[in-house]
Design a protein around this ligand. Structure first.
Ligand code: FES
Length: 118
């Protein structure tokens, strides 16, 4: 797992926070970032799109950014549940509860994330 450190002048969770530069992310893969005390997986897929989802598996306290990315699914390394990073939905057990999906915007070379409220 790689990790990125964000900086923010935001005062509310719904505001966009600069998380990292694009080139701090893996070419394809995930990095964990701390945003207002919440650990978020920032994921760049093969098509170059960047997504942000909660980093903690909904089944147990496991970092999803340490799992395998396959297309738009992130696999939990512990028990193998796969989460769609566009919707947060698990494809099957043991995880049954979706993970939160956050909004990403790219401005220039910078990645910004606005946390969802759930
Ligand atoms: S901890 Fe992720 S599927 Fe069990």
């Amino acid at each position: 797992m790689s990790e990125v450190t964000g900086s923010s002048t935001a005062t509310a969770e719904s505001e966009f926070v600069r998380v990292c530069a694009l080139d701090e992310l893996p070419a394809v893969g995930a990095a964990a970032a701390d945003i207002h005390g919440r650990t978020v997986a920032i994921v760049r897929t093969e098509d170059g799109n960047v997504h942000a989802v909660d980093d903690t598996c909904s089944h147990a306290n496991v970092s999803l950014s340490e799992g395998e990315l396959d297309g738009c699914t992130l696999e939990c390394w512990l028990h193998g549940s796969r989460f769609d990073i566009r919707t947060g939905q698990p494809s099957g057990p043991p995880a049954l509860v979706p993970i939160a999906v956050h909004t990403v915007k790219i401005e220039g070379d910078d990645v910004y994330v606005a946390l969802s409220q759930n």
